[in-house]
Ligand binder design. Structure first.
Ligand code: ADP
Ligand code: ZN
Length: 519
C-alpha cells in the first residue's frame, strides 16, 4: 500500500520520499484508522490527505477555514493534475451547485469546503447522496476553545459526519500540540480511537539561542548591520517598539521595513511586498506579520521580546530557514517581558479557566528562556515530538562552553527559604528574603527572623531571581497559576535538600565562583 502511495508521490509531486511523519500518517489512514496529525506549519500536512484521497474511492471532503487560501490550494492541485474544487462564500450563485453536481459525477477527488457550509441544509442534503469516503479537517484546533483560533462552525463537523449514510474515515490536522487542544480535537471531532502522530517539529537547520541580559537595542542594530545582505525578521511585542526600532534602523542607513496592525492596508501590503522581493532586508514587525507568507530564505528571526507562549514562538521563529539552509533564531529575554505578557493576559476578558491556561502556557515560555538544556530538545519535548533526542550541538545551550559548577549549596539555600516561607510567596519576595532586603513586606511578615534571611546577601536580588527561574525551568520548583504566582517545591528539590542529588549550573569563567557558592 505504501509503495503505491510513494508512486503517487513521485508521479504527482515529483518527490522521491515521504517525510517520516507523512509515512506514519498515511500508513494509519490506509489501515482505515482515524488519524490526528500534529505537524508544524510547512511540515507537509496537505500531502497526508491528498495522497490517501487519490487512493480511495469517491470524494474526499477537506474542511478548511482559510477561505483565502482555498483557491490557491486547488490551483496548485490542478497544476500537478489532481482534480479538485472548492466551495466557499466567494462563489457566484449557481456556481456552487454546478461544482457539486460535477463532484457527484466523479469529476473531483477532493472537495474543499469552508466549515460554514455544513450549516446549510441544502448542502447537507447533497452530501447524503455523494460517495464521501474520507473527511480531512485542516486547522483542526479551531474546534477547541483552548486553541488560539476557535471557530464555532467547527462544532458542526462531528454531527455532520455522524449523519452521513456511511461513516467516512476522518483525519484531523493541526500545528497546535498542547494536551488540552489535542484532547478537544479528538473528542469534539468525534475521532474513532485515533492514531495520534506528532512529528516534524525538529528543524535541524535552525540555530536557536536565548540571550539574557543583553542590551537589546544594541544587539539588534549590531546584528542587522552585520547581516545587511540577508533577509531577517525582528519581532517586537508592541507597535510602539516596532515603530521605534524601524525608525532607528532607517536612521542608521539600513533597508528596513515595518509591519503591524496599526498601519494602513496599503502600507502593510507595500512593506510586505518589499520584503518578499528583497527590496528591504530586515522586517520589523509585531506578530501580525507572517501569516501565509512564504519566504523561504529568511536567514534570521530575532525576538526582541519574549512571546506569550511556545506555540507562538516556534511558529514565528520557524519562519527562518524554510529552504533548509542554516538560519538563526534569537530570543532576547528580559524580566520585563514577563510583566508585559502578564499585563496582556490580564487585559483580555478571559474566563478564569482560560486565564489560568494562558498563565500556564506563559510559564512554559519562561522555562524555555531559562533552561540549560538543549533548546532543540526542549522544543521537541514540549511539542511531544517522538523524534530522536540527541543534543543539537548548535543552540545557545549546547554551545555554552562556560564552566559547569556545583550550585547545590545555593539551591539548598533557596529551597529551604521557600519552605520556610511556607511556599506562599513569589519569586521576588523569596529573592528579597535571601538577599536580606529591608523591604516593607519582608519586615511585615517578619521574614528577617528566618534563618534563611540574608544568607545570599553577596548576590544581587536579580541574580537570585535568575537562579530561582533556572531552578523552576529545571523542574526543582514550580509556580502556581494566576497573576501572582507562588513558588513551590517539587519532588526533586526535596532530594536536593536531603543531600541526595547535586545541582549544576553553567557559569561564566569571569564570575568568581567561590563567592557564589560559599557564603
Ligand atoms: P503544511 O500544510 O503542513 O503547512 P504543506 O503541505 O504546504 O505544509 O507542505 C509544505 C512544503 O513542503 C510544500 O512546499 C510541499 O510541497 C513540501 N513537501 C511536502 N511533503 C514533501 C516531501 N515528502 N518531500 C519534499 N517536499 C515536501
Ligand atoms: Zn542544542
Amino acid at each position: 500500500m505504501l509503495a503505491k502511495a510513494k508512486e503517487l508521490l513521485q508521479q504527482y509531486y515529483g518527490y522521491p520520499e515521504f517525510r517520516e511523519g507523512q509515512t506514519r500518517i498515511i500508513t494509519a489512514l490506509m489501515e482505515g484508522r482515524d488519524t490526528l496529525g500534529i505537524m508544524p506549519t510547512g511540515g507537509g500536512k496537505s500531502i497526508c490527505y491528498q495522497i490517501p484521497a487519490l487512493m480511495m474511492d469517491g470524494v474526499t471532503l477537506v474542511v478548511s477555514p482559510l477561505i483565502s487560501l482555498m483557491k490557491d490550494q486547488v490551483d496548485a492541485l490542478h497544476t500537478v493534475g489532481i482534480p479538485a474544487t472548492f466551495l466557499n462564500s466567494t462563489l457566484e450563485s449557481g456556481e456552487a451547485g454546478r461544482r457539486i453536481r460535477e463532484a457527484m459525477q466523479g469529476k473531483y477527488k477532493l472537495l474543499y469546503i469552508a466549515p460554514e457550509r455544513l450549516e446549510s441544509d441544502w448542502f447537507r442534503q447533497w452530501m447524503h447522496s455523494m460517495n464521501i469516503s474520507f473527511v480531512a479537517i485542516d486547522e483542526a484546533h479551531c474546534v477547541s476553545q483552548w486553541g488560539h483560533d476557535f471557530r464555532p462552525s467547527y462544532v458542526n463537523i462531528a454531527p455532520f459526519v455522524r449523519d452521513l449514510p456511511t461513516r467516512p474515515l476522518v483525519a484531523a490536522f493541526t500545528a497546535t500540540a498542547t494536551t488540552e487542544v489535542t484532547r478537544d480535537i479528538a473528542r469534539l471531532l468525534d475521532l474513532d480511537q485515533p492514531e495520534v502522530v506528532v512529528t516534524g517539529f525538529g528543524r535541524d537547520n535552525l540555530e536557536l539561542s536565548v540571550l539574557r541580559g543583553v542590551n537589546k537595542r544594541d544587539f539588534v542594530f549590531d546584528y542587522a548591520k552585520a547581516h545587511t545582505h540577508q533577509p531577517g525578521i525582528i519581532y517586537a511585542a508592541t507597535r510602539k517598539d516596532v515603530d521605534e526600532l524601524y525608525e532607528q534602523l532607517r536612521r542608521k542607513g539600513l533597508a528596513a521595513g515595518r509591519y503591524h496592525a496599526g498601519l494602513s492596508d496599503e502600507e502593510r501590503g507595500r512593506n510586505q511586498e518589499a520584503f518578499l522581493y528583497d527590496d528591504v532586508r530586515v522586517m520589523v514587525a509585531t506578530n501580525a506579520f507572517g501569516m501565509g507568507i512564504d519566504k523561504s530564505n529568511v536567514r534570521y528571526v530575532i525576538h526582541y521580546n519574549m512571546p506569550k507562549n511556545m506555540e507562538a514562538y516556534y511558529q514565528e521563529a520557524g519562519r527562518a530557514g524554510r529552504d533548509g539552509d542554516p538560519s538563526e533564531c534569537m530570543l532576547l529575554f528580559s524580566a520585563q517581558d514577563i510583566l508585559t505578557q502578564k499585563f496582556l493576559i490580564e487585559q483580555n476578558q478571559l474566563s478564569p479557566e482560560r486565564k489560568s491556561n494562558e498563565y500556564k502556557k506563559l510559564q512554559t515560555m519562561i522555562d524555555y528562556c531559562h533552561t540549560p538544556r538543549c533548546l532543540q530538545n526542549h522544543i521537541l519535548h514540549y511539542f511531544g515530538d517522538e523524534g530522536e533526542q540527541t543534543p543539537c550541538g548548535n543552540c545557545s545551550s549546547c554551545k555554552d562552553d562556560r564552566e559547569t559548577v556545583d550550585i547545590t549549596v545555593e539551591a539548598q539555600k533557596i529551597f529551604s527559604c521557600v519552605r520556610r516561607m511556607q511556599e506562599r510567596f513569589g519569586i521576588s519576595m523569596v529573592a528579597g528574603v535571601l538577599k536580606g532586603s529591608r523591604n516593607k513586606k519582608v519586615l511585615q511578615y517578619k521574614f528577617d527572623r528566618l534563618p534563611t534571611y540574608g544568607i545570599m546577601k553577596d548576590r544581587t536580588e536579580k541574580e537570585i531571581a535568575d537562579l530561582i527561574n533556572v531552578l523552576i525551568a529545571e523542574g526543582y520548583m514550580g509556580l502556581s497559576e494566576g497573576q501572582y504566582p507562588v513558588v513551590r517545591l517539587q519532588a526533586p528539590a526535596v532530594e536536593v535538600l536531603q543531600g541526595r542529588v547535586q545541582v549544576y549550573q553553567k557559569v561564566a569563567p569571569s564570575q568568581p565562583l567561590e563567592s557564589a557558592v560559599d557564603n
